[in-house]
Ligand binder design. Sequence first.
Ligand SMILES: [Cu+2]
Length: 155
Amino acid sequence: MSSAKTFRIATILLASLLLTGAVSPLSSAQSVSSNPAPATSRQKEQPGSVREIHLFTVEYKTRINGVEKEVYRFDPGTVVVRQGERIRLVIHGFHGKEHHVSIPELDVRGTVRKGQSVALEWTASRPGAYRLICHNHSTEQTEGPMIADLLVIRP
Ligand SMILES: [Cu+2]
């Protein structure tokens, strides 16, 4: 089995665990907050607040068996948010001239250009696994797949 396939399966497994509430990666991050809120209000968002999450377009390049190989990725490749949160995904164009990106299930799209940033705003209305896709680099044949998993978990 290829490592990409193994990684894909591991990601899906993690998504399943998160969606079923078996694990909660956010709880540990919240516990080290410099401004801890009471447990009862910790998970409640301020009305109208937007959670900003930063991603970067990155490129890896090397030679494998003498053949030059390069791939584009989103970093981080997995984003976990809670149902009900208003999200602003800020994508910074580090590498790659241009990336046409979308979250098909949410009808959200934009273009990330090198040296610029673009913000995609959406509301995490329903729990589930969504994908942020770069349509320039969506497959292995086009130096991808440049896809980030967006996991919306129950609050
Ligand atoms: Cu791309």
